[in-house]
Design a protein around this ligand. Structure first.
Ligand code: SF4
Length: 308
């Protein structure tokens, strides 16, 4: 299943997610990643799947949810610009559907001209800019050895200089990694240079890849908001998940938890929707685990949970 949702998104409203890449395939292995550690660390762009099949999946989800969609969002279970089909998929969605398109990307491959060209027709490109120096870059993102901080910065600048859509910048704050005032001020200067339409200050509200990752204390978040301005999306999203395309509670819970943080209470709501008490079985079979994070219980695929 390449397309799913709509899921409630803090930035994109009711968002049909599209993943054109295999599970956890990424150029980074961020310490805060909600998908766990990267299993396939790569910078090589590929056509991972048949593009027509991805498109068919998008059509199915869009047609089942006409009028209930704000964005078609290319997000991937990793880094979507690794897909060589991304440009084709964005262009075709723009031709076929009346909905805005967005790409959520870490920006690490923007130094490649073909990546920049693939994104030009998207309405919104939401790019990560979380660190202002090489040391924090490695600590935070643990990039593929072929990726260099200066190169990433320049690639984002080059893209911003030609892109006609909206650039949104996502700043993820991880306590003690990128939260000192001097680093945040330096980052703000770098963000200013690309003139983003929106800036989002985020914290790891969802269970992260590494157990040592923590949300900064409120005074640090306030300091960040005063430096970066922008919208504070440090609270978890609320809203209903699109369940129409699933045929059973177990399919809905597994697929949703792979792509979206799912609280235990939300998983119980999905069970009730299908009138199918399957969650306890999935937990006892070891397919899912319950993880305590920030005072809430989340249901995660077992392979997402490391070292806890
Ligand atoms: S947070 Fe995004 S960029 Fe970082 S490892 Fe996860 S999928 Fe990749």
């Amino acid at each position: 299943m390449y397309a799913y949702g709509p899921v409630p998104s803090r930035r994109f409203g009711r968002s049909v997610g599209v993943s054109p890449i295999p599970d956890k395939t990424c150029s980074y292995s961020c310490v805060y990643c909600q998908l766990g550690r990267t299993r396939h660390l790569t910078v090589r762009r590929q056509s991972f799947f048949k593009r027509e099949e991805i498109l068919r999946d998008i059509e199915k989800v869009v047609h089942a949810n006409e009028g209930k969609i704000d964005f078609i969002t290319f997000v991937g279970d990793g880094e979507p610009t690794l897909s060589l089909d991304l440009g084709f998929l964005i262009r075709t969605c723009k031709e076929k559907f009346p909905y805005r398109t967005a790409v959520i990307t870490n920006g690490s491959l923007f130094w490649q001209e073909d990546v920049r060209n693939d994104l030009l027709e998207a309405d919104v490109v939401n790019v990560t800019m979380a660190v202002s120096n090489e040391q924090a870059f490695h600590r935070m993102h643990r990039p593929h050895p072929g990726i260099h901080f200066k190169q990433v910065q320049q690639g984002i600048l080059d893209f911003a200089s030609v892109y006609k859509g909206e650039i949104w910048v996502e700043i993820m704050l991880v306590d003690t990694v990128n939260t000192d005032t001097e680093s945040m001020q330096a980052l703000e200067t770098q963000i200013d240079a690309i003139h983003p339409a929106r800036t989002f200050v985020m914290v790891p509200t969802r269970p992260p890849a590494e157990p040592w990752v923590h949300i900064p204390p409120p005074e640090i978040v306030m300091n960040a908001l005063s430096i970066f301005g922008g919208k504070n999306i440090t609270q978890p999203e609320k809203g209903a998940f699109g369940l129409d395309e699933f045929s059973s509670a177990s399919e809905a819970i597994i697929e949703t938890s792979r792509r979206h943080p799912l609280r235990l209470s939300q998983a119980r709501t999905i069970e009730a929707y299908f009138a199918d008490r399957t969650l306890d079985h999935l937990l006892s079979a070891g397919k899912l685990k319950v993880v305590d994070y920030q005072g809430h219980k989340y249901v995660l695929p077992s392979e997402f949970v490391f070292g806890k």
